[in-house]
Design a protein around this ligand. Structure first.
Ligand SMILES: Cc1cc2nc3c(=O)[nH]c(=O)nc-3n(C[C@H](O)[C@H](O)[C@H](O)COP(=O)(O)OP(=O)(O)OC[C@H]3O[C@@H](n4cnc5c(N)ncnc54)[C@H](O)[C@@H]3O)c2cc1C
Length: 459
């Protein structure tokens, strides 16, 4: 059976993978010249890669890790020590670590927190532990109910000292959804904490050993095409065409290189586009349907990913770092963390600038200037004296609408993968699945959409 899919991000690609596994024939149209969507990457004229986002793979990502296994590419992941490393607020060139010992969960997480005395006092740790009890005892139902609060509201409701938020959760909130704790839904941070504390390797992190394009998207595309599927790049979904009874009749698609428009007629259709382009493409006849009307409550959040190449090594830390900066979120020296980008003598910092609303329309020079001021605070020893580190080149990738902005009460707006239109399905990290806006969420949403089709169209 032919299934047309718009969007070759992780959701569209994983959906196609599970469709070919079940004997169906997917045809993906992707409007960009490279696959991957929010994990897309490009090579510059020097042969250096730059990416839409600095991407971390967590131990708490069962569907994504299963996908790596099924594609036989588990060796493309470079696992780091089981730690979380924060720059210290007062003295930014020093670090505070949470090191998780090799013990069962949640003991390993508790030991990591109890052993760290740089960031929280004993009193703060105890009050935080007591505040967390309802989430631990009542589990996911409680976590979902807390979607009506922002993290800051939840912290104050649970009598947790506000310093706990300042020390730990500004950094985590910016890392998870590119916004601050006064904006993010409590459900997001509680979900992450639950996974990190309840699974032994939940917070263990891995980097890809090269670009997501070559090391994850290409193996997926090879797998799909080897089994009879197709991925057409540079091809946009222009319009969803309807039958008289408002089911899908076809996808009107157009090439970016001037090819004539074409109608793809399939047996079933999937939007694996992000929520913002989907809203723009919804046929008029569907706009008043409750399941599509509620999408108005979802909108992508802006974020900026920066790559800076220096003429010398700034650090030898082979891990993700939480910058604790107002401007920046997480960062890593990719010359240490990623085999293909490795360089023993020079650093390539990849940094996320968030929240990015105020910066997204600013010039490259303005963004680089403010970022360099932050980098000088993170590595002051390399910007003093005669042997100052020199910035050799940079790339800036702006994503004005990235993952959906997870402010309070958004959960109710997230649609299911199966819609009331019999031959139309949704995949994408914003659709309802328990992993929120993440690579794991995207892969799971694609798998769920494929499972719905396999069930609805038995071969
Ligand atoms: C800066 C940044 C850092 C991130 N860091 C992490 C991280 O560390 N860990 C993590 O788990 N997640 C991270 N994420 C989130 C993760 O990248 C996304 O959740 C995931 O990749 C989304 O996949 P998707 O398939 O749902 O959507 P997308 O990747 O957005 O894919 C949708 C695709 O649809 C295509 N499309 C749109 N309109 C059309 C059209 N009209 N016709 C055809 N195609 C169309 C797009 O071009 C795109 O390729 C990060 C995201 C960003 C931006």
């Amino acid at each position: 059976m032919l299934v047309a899919i718009s969007g070759a991000g992780l959701a569209g690609l994983s959906c196609a993978k599970y469709l070919v596994d079940n004997g169906h024939t997917p045809l993906i149209v992707e409007r960009q010249s490279v696959p991957g969507g929010k994990i897309a990457a490009w090579k510059d004229k020097d042969g250096d890669w730059y990416e839409t986002g600095l991407h971390i793979f967590f131990g708490a990502y069962p569907n994504l890790l299963q996908l790596f296994k099924e594609l036989d590419i588990e060796d493309h992941l470079q696992w780091k020590t089981h730690s979380m490393i924060f720059n210290q607020l007062e003295n930014r060139e020093t670090y505070s670590r949470f090191d998780f010992p090799d013990l069962p969960a949640p003991i390993n997480g508790m030991v990591a927190i109890l052993r760290n005395n740089d960031m929280l006092t004993w009193e703060e740790k105890i009050k935080f532990g007591i505040g967390l009890l309802p989430a631990i005892i009542k589990g996911q139902n409680y976590v979902e109910e807390m979607d009506c609060y922002s993290w800051s509201e939840w912290i104050s409701k649970q009598n947790i000292p506000s310093r706990v938020e300042k020390e730990v959760f500004i950094a985590m909130s910016k890392a998870l959804n590119f916004i601050n704790p006064d904006e993010i839904s409590a459900t997001i941070l509680l979900t992450a904490l639950n996974r990190f504390l309840q699974e032994k390797n939940g917070s263990k992190m891995a980097f890809l050993d090269g670009s997501p394009t070559e090391r994850l998207c290409q193996p997926l595309i090879d797998y799909i095409t080897d089994k009879g599927g197709e991925v057409r790049l540079n091809t946009s979904l222009k319009e969803i065409l309807l039958t008289e009874d408002n089911n899908v009749k076809g996808f009107l698609v157009g090439g970016r290189n001037g090819e004539p428009d074409q109608v793809i007629e399939a047996d079933a259709y999937i939007s694996a586009m992000p929520v913002d382009p989907l809203k723009a493409k919804l046929p008029k006849a569907w706009k008043e349907l409750e399941e599509f009307k509620k999408l108005e409550g979802l909108e992508g959040v802006p974020v900026i990913n920066l790559h800076l190449w220096f003429d010398k090594k700034l650090t030898d830390i082979d891990h993700l770092l939480f910058s604790r900066s107002d401007l920046l979120s997480v960062y890593a020296d990719m010359s240490n963390t990623c085999r293909e980008y490795s360089d023993p003598n020079k650093s390539m910092l990849e940094l996320i600038l968030a929240p990015a609303q105020e910066w997204i329309n600013k010039s490259d020079q303005t963004i680089i200037d403010v970022t360099m001021m932050e980098i000088q605070k993170l590595f002051p020893q390399h910007f003093e004296g005669k042997q100052k580190a020199k910035l050799l080149k940079y790339h800036i990738v702006r994503t004005p609408r990235s993952v959906y902005k997870a402010t309070p009460n958004r959960q109710a707006h997230r649609p299911s993968q199966r819609t009331s239109i019999p031959n139309f399905y949704l995949a994408g990290d914003y659709t309802m699945q328990k992993y929120l806006g993440s690579m794991e969420g995207a892969v799971l949403s694609g798998k769920l959409a494929a499972q719905a089709i396999v069930k609805d169209y038995p071969i």
